[in-house]
Design a protein around this ligand. Sequence first.
Ligand code: FES
Length: 163
Amino acid sequence: MGLRDPRRLSRRQFGLLGTQVAGATVAILLGIPIVGFILSPLFRRQPVAEATVGDISNVPDRQPTKFVVQFPAGDWTSAKVNAAVYVVRTGSDLKIFSNTCTHMQCPVHWDASLNEFLCPCHGGLYDMDGRNVGGPPPKPLPQYVHRLDGTTLYVENRFTESL
Ligand code: FES
């Protein structure tokens, strides 16, 4: 009767190891679909949705005018999403800005006395064309993709440039 090799597995240890390997395999196979389900919204492109801004025939020239729009619920949220937009008409040119500051996403507002958009959080300033002209904002205000049907304006839930 010789000494047993300590590196060899006993029958019991071998059976236990087999059970653990089988359990891990089942867990991985069950886990892949769940992880995929959880992470898939991150990789799925958000479907384009359109919201009605309304009749803009009374928006004065060179006076940014605020509207609140409601985007429909989508794959990414079960609730409707409200967003404030600024309509800026300059002659025949039309720009629709988000009111979300590009610094830390505070809501900006048009300050007629400054003739600029002002972010109250850190004093960020944007001119009427949405250019960041003062304070910490690193980029211009985002502009919505829009469509005009007569005098009724619509915006999509996407911007003309990626942020
Ligand atoms: S969040 Fe607007 S300036 Fe900081």
